[in-house]
Design a protein around this ligand. Structure first.
Ligand code: NDP
Length: 300
């Protein structure tokens, strides 16, 4: 039977992975506070603890859903971001290689510079604009150098019913204000943590049978929108799902990225070409609206 070690069990994706990975084998799910009594160390900051945990547990599969995901905060704490997003995946890959485990890891559209309008393929030149993007890219490189038996999924604009997210923020603001201003020149696809977790489980099953499936894949819902289009969809869907919800905002005004000053620069073009993933694993990726509608039905 497979033995799966999951790190980052309480994150958006980690939470959904606890559900989707359960049928694949015995699962040990850790978070940053886990200790020996929970099965091992799940703190990405503790590189030696991570190594010792993998060597002792000898899992068949390691899934790393933990990361430093606070994009703006990372600009002010690059060493911490590098340790969690780059060094830790590197150590996990070294240990995975030693015990022969398949390592599954997540990366981001922020490894690209966001130029142009075409969807990025996995082999397109990278050019991160932020500390977060750079450390995630470094993590990909360290991981790949230490172990060939890996799956790296680059995803984008993740949402989940659990935890804070853009949709929740828009719903809250729309109840407080008459007018919202939301960026309309960044393009991407909101992608549900549920979808990512389900695709991950499917891909693991297939890769355990055929090592040739190992590699880097773009994983995002189909279609594209802007943050502004996403916000409008959230409010329209919320009104339809819950007519008694009081939404004050009558307008979601489009503004350029330059209207907001944030510590980290974000890519304008976050479109990801998912044809490699769909072709290799025989999967269909639904439109982004489907996942957002489902999340709203859950949280409203
Ligand atoms: P979340 O922020 O929801 O989850 C990240 C998890 O990492 C949290 O549970 C957090 O724990 C945990 N974590 C933080 N620091 C440590 C640490 N030192 N040791 C162990 N765990 C730690 O992120 P997502 O689920 O959205 O992201 C998962 C992956 O997907 C990441 O690799 C991310 O880079 C990638 N990704 C995410 C995108 C997004 O829009 N969110 C877009 C593209 C890629 P705690 O809850 O205790 O803080």
């Amino acid at each position: 039977m497979n033995f799966i070690l999951l790190l980052g069990r309480n994150g958006q994706i980690g939470w959904e992975l606890q559900r989707s990975l359960a049928p694949l084998g015995e699962l040990v799910a850790l978070d940053r506070h886990s200790t020996g009594t929970d099965g091992g160390c799940g703190d990405l900051h503790n590189l030696e603890g991570l190594r010792e945990t993998v060597l002792r547990l000898r899992p068949t599969v390691i899934v790393n859903a933990a990361a430093h995901t606070a994009v703006d905060r990372a600009e002010g704490e690059p060493d911490l971001a590098r340790r969690l997003n780059a060094l830790a995946p590197g150590v996990l890959a070294e240990a995975a290689h030693e015990v022969g485990a398949l390592l599954v890891h997540y990366s981001t559209d922020y490894v690209f510079d966001g130029s142009g309008t075409a969807p990025w393929s996995e082999d397109a030149a990278t050019g991160p604009l932020s500390v977060y993007g750079q450390t995630k890219l470094d993590g990909e490189h360290l991981l790949s150098a230490a172990s060939n038996r890996h799956l790296i999924f680059r995803t984008s604009w993740v949402h989940a019913a659990r935890g804070n997210n853009f949709a929740r923020t828009m719903l809250r603001l729309a109840q407080e204000r008459d007018r919202l201003t939301v960026i309309d020149d960044q393009f991407g696809a909101p992608t549900g943590a549920e979808l990512i977790a389900d695709v991950t489980a499917h891909a693991i099953r297939q890769t355990l049978r055929d090592d040739a499936c190992c590699g880097t894949y773009h994983l995002a819902a189909a279609g594209e929108t802007t943050w502004n289009g996403y916000a409008r969809f959230v409010l329209d869907t919320a009104r339809a799902l819950k007519p008694d919800l009081v939404i004050k905002a009558r307008e979601v005004a489009p503004v350029p990225t330059s209207a907001f000053s944030t510590p980290a620069q974000r890519p304008l073009n976050s479109r990801l070409d998912t044809s490699r993933l769909r072709g290799t694993f025989g999967l269909n990726l639904p439109d982004w609206q489907q996942g957002v509608r489902r999340m709203l039905a859950e949280i409203l």
